[in-house]
Design a protein around this ligand. Structure first.
Ligand code: SF4
Length: 264
């Protein structure tokens, strides 16, 4: 991606019971959804920070800490734009790290193939919600670490997918590791940007599946030859905020809604 001129949006949003103030940068001109990822990451971080503050106000504590990769053996759903982002990130790694990460992806796919799970992973559109839950547990039982997990820490932490950012628990880390989902107390977020991104990806890409497993991100990005949809960054942002709040923003007709502060 070549750097493009940015516009700054100052947003004040009310989502559920939470008020979120956040400034995000978006490309002023035509951009792909992948180029909107930094803004989506900022918005996710703001939603997560508000949820963490709400948890703290209740006297509870988030138990997720650096060095705990217990949840990094789960099935991580990502958007196609995130698959392209991760593939480009791996492509930019210096050798021998690039080859090592690619080998981890290949080894994981090989193990999932042996476990008989790979076909379903390649067709997530065939899994309904109940099947995804069952399938997710089966995936977790395989104990396959994410290819980006190194010494139980995320090696791409600043660039990790939105779903990873949104996964927070207040229960002991041991519960996450021993595959006892009934004991794990997750933190409910009022909105998940990961879902918003997947929704917009699907709406703008005729061949996009509803979600992709992170483990197939390199494979999918290599096969997806479709020209990505582009529109001005502020227009993407308007759509993202509308999906987040469930309310339509008034459109000024100006290309830069970034100067507005929509208080919803
Ligand atoms: S990308 Fe990082 S946080 Fe997400 S599953 Fe992989 S190692 Fe864990």
């Amino acid at each position: 991606m070549t750097p493009s001129e940015q516009a700054v949006a100052h947003l004040g949003l009310k989502i559920g019971e939470q008020r979120i103030s956040v400034s995000v940068s978006v490309p002023k001109g035509p951009a792909t959804l992948r180029e909107m990822l930094p803004a989506a990451q900022e918005l996710t971080n703001a939603v997560v920070a508000a949820a963490e503050a709400a948890v703290a106000a209740e006297g509870r504590k988030i138990s997720c800490t650096a060095g705990c990769g217990a949840c990094c053996r789960q099935l991580v759903p990502i958007a196609p734009s995130e698959a392209h982002h991760l593939a480009a990130l791996v492509e930019r790694l210096p050798e021998p790290r690039r080859s090592q990460v690619r080998e981890r992806f290949a080894a994981a796919i090989s193990r999932l193939t042996q476990a008989g799970l790979i076909d379903a992973l390649r067709h997530p559109e065939r899994l309904d919600e109940a099947m995804v839950t069952t399938f997710g547990l089966e995936y977790f039982r395989q104990g396959i670490p994410c290819p980006f997990l190194e010494q139980e820490s995320c090696s791409i932490h600043p660039q990790r997918p939105l779903a990873c950012r949104e996964h927070l628990v207040t229960s002991p880390a041991a519960y996450c590791a021993d595959q006892s989902p009934k004991k794990v107390e997750g933190v409910m977020l009022p909105i998940k940007l990961s879902r918003v991104l997947r929704q917009l990806d699907q709406a703008s890409h005729s061949a996009a599946p509803p979600w992709l497993p992170l483990i197939l991100s390199l494979e999918w990005a290599a096969q997806d030859l479709a020209e990505p949809c582009t529109q001005p960054g502020p227009e993407w942002l308007r759509q993202i905020v509308e999906c987040m709040t469930g309310k339509a923003l008034s459109h000024s007709g100006e290309p830069d809604i970034a100067e507005e502060s929509p208080e919803q």
